[in-house]
Ligand binder design. Structure first.
Ligand code: IPD
Ligand code: CA
Ligand code: CA
Length: 252
């Protein structure tokens, strides 16, 4: 099935890529506010993925960001973010990805994150390791915060909710080599999986943002846990040492 999921992500990614950097020719709508957007490319990518599942795995269930739940008779469930990083996509930055996770009987089995504008395909199967463009990846071995590059993100309701991650940033920024805000939770976690960054935390995420990349990170030897339960999915990750140090600093 991994090959099918990769093929599906590649097809959706190439469709999205046709809309990328097309100077104002891409349709966009607001969801919650001006910081929470969806484009015609998100919808085209999602349609492509759903058609693929209907064609090859019609009995499988689907959770996808733009069209919600579809329940099927089989114990397989696809968790789909058709474009993770839509703000980057719309403004023309390359950090966005198609993210597809597969669960069997509730357990993550396959994760595929395809970032076409970066030419990067991340994938993992439970128990078989994690890969970037066919090469095995591992989390960084760095265990000092002062030598770590850490990524984070800010919640889309930051305009009305003062619980917007600035408190965590204030505590963590002085302790690390630097902070990044890449704008795609899936890419953030895959970059931690590949040892390109040492850690990542964010709150108010959704299952489709992190399902595939969670398996990729774990198969790359990383740790990922949730640090609070009252703000969507709030997670922190890294190798064991960086994960633990970040966790001790985050507001619970
Ligand atoms: C968003 C990205 C972003 C994160 C947001 C997500 P979307 O996903 O992952 O990095 O900060 O919380 O909603 O909306 O581009 O699919
Ligand atoms: Ca997302
Ligand atoms: Ca999305």
């Amino acid at each position: 099935m991994l090959n099918n999921v990769i093929e599906c992500a590649r097809e959706a990614g190439s469709i999205a890529l046709q809309y990328f950097r097309q100077d104002g020719r891409i349709g966009v709508e607001n969801k919650l506010n001006d910081s929470d957007i969806v484009t015609v490319a998100d919808k085209a990518s999602e349609t492509c993925i759903k058609q693929y599942i209907d064609r090859y795995f019609p009995s499988h269930s689907i959770l996808s960001e733009e069209s919600g739940e579809k329940s099927g008779s089989a114990d397989y469930r696809w968790i789909v973010d058709p474009i993770d990083g839509t703000t980057n996509f719309f403004t023309g930055l390359p950090f966005w990805a198609v993210s597809i996770g597969i669960e069997h009987e509730g357990r993550k089995e396959i994760g595929v994150v395809y970032a076409p504008a970066l030419g990067e395909l991340f994938y993992a199967e439970r128990g078989k390791g994690a890969y970037l463009n066919g090469r095995r990846i591992h989390v960084s071995s760095e265990d000092h915060m002062s030598r770590s590059v850490i990524s984070t993100g800010f919640p889309v309701d930051k305009n009305i909710n003062p619980d917007n991650n600035m408190d965590n940033l204030e505590v963590i920024l002085p302790k690390v080599r630097d902070i990044r805000r890449l704008g795609s939770a899936a890419v953030d976690m895959c970059y931690v999986a590949a040892g390109l960054m040492q850690g990542y935390w964010e709150m108010n995420l959704h299952e489709w943002d992190i399902n595939a990349s969670t398996l990729i990170l774990e198969e790359a030897g990383g740790y990922v846990t949730r640090f609070r339960e009252d703000r969507g999915i709030s997670l922190v990750c890294g190798n064991r040492a960086i994960h633990d140090q970040l966790l001790s600093l985050l507001k619970k």
